[in-house]
Design a protein around this ligand. Structure first.
Ligand code: MG
Length: 338
């Protein structure tokens, strides 16, 4: 018996197409910052959590493309011991390949992560102008990630920050597990604020609050930022670093913007998972962030199509599609892999 529903053969079914919707029409919301500085972490936080290690030339081209797309704070690499982070073992080779970009693009900053004094010595030898230290809001993560507790890690950072500041280097403090911790559960805001203030008192100019496993929600973000404000730490000294593990990154970002935060960390193409989170989904994708910010009429200086093309280019080198919704929508990539 002949089938009766064969009017549309499979070959004639619509191909998954790319709708050219252009860029978002800006419609501002009241009370938000007029511009946001994006702290791009793809080359460091992203690539260190990718299974594939890329050749140093590809990393250098990635950073050059990010700068050409308008990003002005691009965390380049980490002067950590290669045994800890083999994906970034080429920091010594990479930094000289990208440091010249600072002359090409005015205002470009290329911070590097520095875990200890030895890392600082390496950064100083390369003329680095911006560094970041990486602390934990919980004892469990400090022990596992830094190999020492919160108190001992503060003792490790103190001379790093002091020597860096004495050399005229700007220091950012990362604080991870600010909302939830896989071993300890919800993290009390008072604990985060206490450790965060200590990093600022050590001499960090900026504190980046990380939702490392992505469990935070907008009310928690507003409560934590309100707590910092009450403790005398205003939003101008804070950045937020959200992970999209549970799909909360943009909602949390909007909550932070409403509290006055104007520095947001993001990773081009959503590079990098978190090894401690259950899902492979990690960093907030820069393209998803820029789509929202430009839709809100907030300036970023970023050329979104150029950035999405860069992430598409890098995804081809990593051999997997970008997890960023905006990259997929803007470049038509990933539609076959869904
Ligand atoms: Mg991250």
């Amino acid at each position: 018996m002949a089938p009766t529903d064969s009017a549309v053969p499979p070959s004639a079914a619509a191909e998954p197409g790319v709708l050219d919707l252009g860029l978002p029409a800006p419609v501002p919301l009241p009370g938000l910052p007029r511009s946001v500085r994006i702290h791009e972490v793809g080359a460091r936080d992203g690539l260190q959590n990718e299974a594939t290690a890329l050749p140093v030339e590809v990393k250098a081209e990635f950073i050059a493309r990010l700068a050409a797309a308008g990003l002005r704070t691009i965390e380049a690499t980490s002067f950590v011991h290669p045994k800890w982070v083999p994906q970034l073992a080429d920091a010594e080779q990479l930094f000289p390949l990208v440091s010249g970009l600072s002359e090409q693009y005015s205002g470009l900053r290329l911070p590097v992560l520095v875990p200890n004094e030895r890392g600082l010595d390496r950064a100083l030898a390369h003329g680095v102008a911006d560094i970041a230290v990486f602390a934990s809001a919980t004892e469990s993560f400090a022990e596992r990630n830094l190999g020492r507790g919160v108190e001992a890690s503060m003792e490790m950072f103190a001379p790093v920050v002091q020597r860096a500041r004495a050399a005229g280097i700007r220091v950012r403090g990362y604080l991870s597990m600010c909302f939830g911790d896989p071993w300890e559960g919800p993290v009390p805001a008072a604990q985060v604020i206490g450790i965060g203030r200590r990093l600022l008192e050590l001499g960090c100019e900026e504190l980046s609050l990380g939702d490392t496993i992505g469990t935070g929600t907008p009310g928690q973000v507003a409560a934590l930022l309100g707590g910092f404000a009450a403790a005398g730490v205003g939003p101008e000294r804070l950045a937020v670093h959200f992970h999209d593990t549970y799909g909360q990154a943009l909602a949390n970002t909007l909550a932070a913007l409403q509290c006055g935060v104007a520095t947001v960390d993001a990773s081009a193409g959503g590079l990098g998972g978190c090894p401690y989170a259950k899902s492979a989904t990690g960093n907030l994708a820069t393209e998803d962030l820029v789509w929202m910010l430009h839709g809100l009429g907030i300036e970023t200086g970023v050329d979104l199509p150029a950035l999405a093309a860069t992430s598409r280019w890098l995804a081809d080198r990593l051999g997997r599609p970008s997890p960023s919704r905006a990259v997929r929508a803007l470049t038509g990539s990933g539609s076959q892999q869904q």
